[in-house]
Ligand binder design. Sequence first.
Ligand SMILES: Nc1ncnc2c1ncn2[C@@H]1O[C@H](COP(=O)(O)OP(=O)(O)OP(=O)(O)O)[C@@H](O)[C@H]1O
Ligand SMILES: [Mg+2]
Length: 337
Amino acid sequence: MSTSKTPQSPAAVSAAGLRKSYGDKTVLDGIDLRIPAGSVFALLGPNGAGKTTAVNILSTLITADAGELHVGGHDLATDPQAVRAAIGVTGQFSAVDGLITGEENMLLMADLHHLSRREGRRTAAELLERFDLTDAAKKPAATYSGGMKRRLDIAMTLVGSPRIIFLDEPTTGLDPRSRHTMWQVIRALVSDGVTVLLTTQYLEEADQLADRIAVLHDGVIAAEGTAEELKRLIPGGHIRLRFSDPSAYRSAARALREAVAGGTPVRPPGSAPADEALVLRIPSDGTPRELRSLLDWLDSAGIEADELTVHTPDLDDVFFALTGGTGTDQPSEEAGR
Ligand SMILES: Nc1ncnc2c1ncn2[C@@H]1O[C@H](COP(=O)(O)OP(=O)(O)OP(=O)(O)O)[C@@H](O)[C@H]1O
Ligand SMILES: [Mg+2]
């Protein structure tokens, strides 16, 4: 198993032309993915984009309508058994049984993986310790907090020491501390050479963890690359001037237009979104030099803004630019059937 993260590494997971529809609703419309062994790949998308559908297909829980799919070197169509043996899956919704204790949940997983009684106990104890659940191990899982349940969920996934792990929204609903703990857990897995495919709605999470990120939208991969590559896809940063007084805003906008027409080195404001009617956006790289020249100009033009913020593009901008800022979450005709 390679621990190199270069795209030339053997693919741990690959999909070509992956399709899935429910009734006449196309959820995945020909997706291509390639996840090098030992890397973290984040599938990002708004609610209903098809992230869980993709994970469920790649983890053999549901079947695709079409596509060449390989996981761990095995063909999903002909050898789903081998794929199942190679992977671990933490679903979007908990697999924890609340009626039994955390330890019992772990031992159940050990049984499923045919570990001997002794080995099962050892593995359970070790993972409970690693996920800070030793004190709670003998309590019914129903009494655990959301964060503890999520940790138990992932601990259960690791019982069989899978080399490829699917994590569907591993940190949704976790507080910042638990989220950081989870990130450490994921990083530790990766440093052991494990391949991780995770889905997330949190751009920061993808930014923090993923070697590569794919943005899923309208059934296709709208963009794919490193966080840096994705950020480069969208226009640069800007400075925002916010006004509370509409007349101050109007005269500032007018002065800005005149400055642009008169050749003053202030670039024209971009169009402001409707909910920020009193905000002027001035394209800028946010360097001190540009900022100083803008402040000088504001001073000389007698413009007083209530707030000035420098905005450099982040993954949120990429996400909104690529997905139009809306979810695609329409209940499907077939949902629940
Ligand atoms: N069993 C099903 N029957 C019919 N439609 C389904 C089924 N499962 C999913 N869908 C539809 O497929 C689309 C994608 O759903 P999916 O759960 O994959 O989205 P997601 O990206 O995981 O969303 P979220 O971020 O909310 O978890 C949705 O429109 C959903 O209604
Ligand atoms: Mg989902």
